[in-house]
Structure formats: structure tokens, C-alpha cells
Ligand binder design. Structure first.
Ligand code: FPP
Ligand code: MG
Length: 352
């Protein structure tokens, strides 16, 4: 069954790109609990960003209140169902912290991509400028650690959480840099792509799941299993994002269409299309540099669409979704396990 949107919950924001309104939790009581906890997470995020300095607050609130899927908080909250304190205040802090790191990375990513649109509104780099977007992202990043530092937790667990979040943010930066360098250097293999997306995307989903479970007091084995599920979901998520970049119109994605393609980023559909004989020569010519001409962008899209790229990318997503399901099968059966199973399938179906 579907559940209410954020608008009816106690949330200070009205996300216009939220996935929650479409997501089937499979259980009404669980859906209501998570909905309420997502509202608390929004309050925690807004609290952290309320610095009283309009020059910073306005650009930070611009995207925060424009929506977003809140995928990472959702995974943290669902994972917390496997411990004795689901949705406790420390779990809410963890959900807020991972979303803050994620938003910080998007503010920086939009500068790097020269993006014009995010979450269905003007990107911060366009509406303000690159410096404001970078500094707003910096502020968000620092607040993520601040939330976790103030959490009411056992000190040993707190140090472990802070260390793990540091490692995850380090992986994000490394993955993003790897993507930038690889795109500049030219053709890459699917294995290199997988390493990059494991770092730049899956690492944060992995820690979202681990933090949610650990902060609610789940066993370490269970937390590690959820972390592995988060990582596999993260890879499925990024591949679907890369398909959406090429295949979906802006009004569906809420982002500028074909940003990766225009910037010459080696996403999985492009990598596979370049290995498919029919598309190779002309596509290689087009993607060997940033594409500025709209006709050339459309030509590249056509070449990718007429190749085996989407089918092969989907097959890769299915492999990681199956991996996530196989980890999930080892956890305690119940409504939370069912909901995470639905989340895996939901992520897989995003780019259909
Ligand atoms: C979005 O991917 C971007 C990321 C997943 C990571 C970006 C990381 C950085 C900019 C490094 C800085 C990191 C921190 C922690 C501040 P995408 O470009 O494929 O997706 P999009 O279509 O949403 O832009
Ligand atoms: Mg981007």
C-alpha cells in the first residue's frame, strides 16, 4: 500500500521530488512510523542549517526545502528497525547527518557539472554563484559531524560512527575525483566504473544503513549485513541515475537532462554503448570531449538508445539487486525486511 506524502506529516518542508509518496512500505504502521521519523529528520536538518546568516541560510535552504528523495535517511530509518531502539533520537541524528553529507556533495557536484537545475529548481551555482555553492556545501558537511558529535551515545560507538562517516566522505571525494580523471582520460571498463560508483555513491548508502542499525542497538553482524545491502542498493541507484541522465526528460528527473553526457562523464550506458560495434565510431568521437551542441547531444542519445547499452546496464543493476536481496534473506523476517526488499525493487524500477 502507498502512504501519505510528507505534506501531511510534521515536516517543515514539502519535497516536490520525494519518492516516498510512491513507495510501498508494505505495512501501514511501519509506514506511519517512518513517515513521522522522516519529519523529525527534516527538523534536525533545518535546525543544523539555521545559522542566522541569510547569505548562507538562503542558499542552503534553497535545495533543502525544494525536496529530494531522502533516500539515505529512509534507508537509515528502515535499518534502525533491526535494533531495539528504532527511530530513537540518535538514529534521527544519523539520518540527518548522512543527508547533510549527501547535500554537501550535490552542492559541490553541481559546481563541477556546471549544472543549471537540481530537484526541479535552479541549482545554487546558477542562482547564486560557484563560491556560494561551495561554501554552502562546506557548511553542510561540517554540520554533519557536528550532529553526530552531539548525539546521546555510548562514546565507543560514537567514535566508530565518526570514523566510519569520515571514511565514507573520503570515498565520496576519491570516487568523484576518479570519475573526473577517468572521463578526461577516455574509455574506461565497467569494472572501473563499478569501483568509482561504489565510492562516490554506494559508500554513503552503506554507512546510512550501518549507522541506522548500529545507533538503534542492532548486533554488529546485522549492522554489517545492512551495510552490505546499502552498498549494493547504492550501485543499483547510481546505474539507474545514469540511465535516467540519458533517457528521462528534466521534468521527471528534476535535473538538467544529459548533464553527464554533456560533461563527457563515462557513465555505464556510455561505456556499454562504446563497446557495441554499431554505435562505436561516431559515439566515441562525440563523447571524447564535452558536448555543447544540442543536436550532437540528441545524436549521442540516439546512438546510446539504439545500442545494447540500456539492456546491459539493466542487467548489471539486476545483478546488484539480487546481491542485495541475498544479503537481506539472512536477516530476521518481518515488516522491516519486507520494506527493504521493496526498496531494492523500487530502486531497480526507477529508470523503467
Ligand atoms: C552525484 O552524482 C554526486 C555524487 C554522488 C558525489 C559527488 C562528490 C563530490 C562532489 C565530492 C565532494 C564530496 C563531499 C562529501 C563534499 P552524479 O553527478 O552522477 O548525479 P547527479 O545526476 O545527481 O548530478
Ligand atoms: Mg552530477
Amino acid at each position: 500500500m502507498s502512504v501519505r506524502t510528507f505534506e501531511s506529516g510534521p515536516s517543515p518542508i514539502s519535497p516536490n521530488q520525494s519518492m516516498i509518496s510512491d513507495f510501498d512500505f508494505g505495512d501501514t504502521a511501519l509506514a506511519d512510523d517512518i513517515q513521522q521519523q522522516l519529519g523529525q529528520t527534516e527538523h534536525a536538518i533545518v535546525r543544523e542549517l539555521s545559522c542566522g546568516e541569510p547569505a548562507l541560510e538562503e542558499p542552503m535552504m534553497h535545495l533543502t526545502t525544494s525536496g529530494g528523495k531522502r533516500f539515505r535517511p529512509l534507508l537509515a530509518l528502515l535499518s534502525s528497525q533491526f535494533g531495539p531502539r528504532p527511530g530513537c533520537s540518535a538514529v534521527i541524528d544519523a539520518a540527518a547527518a548522512v543527508e547533510l553529507v549527501h547535500m554537501a556533495s550535490l552542492y559541490h557536484d553541481d559546481v563541477m557539472d556546471e549544472a543549471t537545475m537540481r530537484r526541479g529548481v535552479e541549482s545554487v551555482n546558477l542562482r547564486w554563484n560557484n563560491s556560494v555553492a561551495i561554501l554552502a556545501g562546506d557548511y553542510m558537511l561540517v554540520r554533519a559531524w557536528s550532529v553526530l558529535t552531539r548525539s546521546q551515545l555510548d562514546p565507543v560507538l560514537k567514535v566508530s560512527a565518526l570514523t566510519t562517516l569520515s571514511e565514507s566522505a573520503t570515498a565520496l571525494v576519491t570516487g568523484q575525483l576518479r570519475e573526473t580523471v577517468q572521463s578526461r582520460e577516455g574509455i574506461i571498463e565497467p569494472e572501473q566504473y563499478l569501483q568509482t560508483v561504489t565510492e562516490k555513491t554506494a559508500s554513503l548508502l552503506s554507512i546510512a544503513a550501518w549507522l541506522g542499525a548500529a545507533y538503534s542497538g542492532a548486533d554488529e553482524t546485522v549492522a554489517k549485513t545492512l551495510s552490505a545491502i546499502g552498498e549494493a542498493i547504492g550501485i543499483v541507484f547510481q546505474i539507474s541515475d545514469d540511465i535516467i541522465d540519458v533517457a528521462a526528460p528534466s521534468d521527471r528527473s528534476g535535473k538538467s537532462r544529459c548533464t553527464d553526457l554533456r560533461e563527457g562523464v563515462a557513465t555505464l550506458p556510455v561505456i556499454y554503448a562504446l563497446r557495441d560495434g554499431a554505435a562505436t565510431t561516431r559515439l566515441r568521437e562525440l563523447v571524447s570531449r564535452p558536448i555543447t551542441d544540442d543536436n550532437e547531444v540528441e545524436e549521442a542519445v540516439q546512438l546510446i538508445q539504439s545500442s545494447s547499452a540500456f539492456a546491459e546496464s539493466r542487467a548489471m543493476m539486476e545483478r546488484y539487486a539480487a546481491l542485495a536481496h541475498s544479503h537481506l534473506a539472512t536477516l530476521q523476517p518481518g515488516v522491516a525486511r519486507q520494506a527493504i526488499g521493496n526498496l531494492i525493487d523500487f530502486t531497480l524500477a526507477r529508470s523503467n
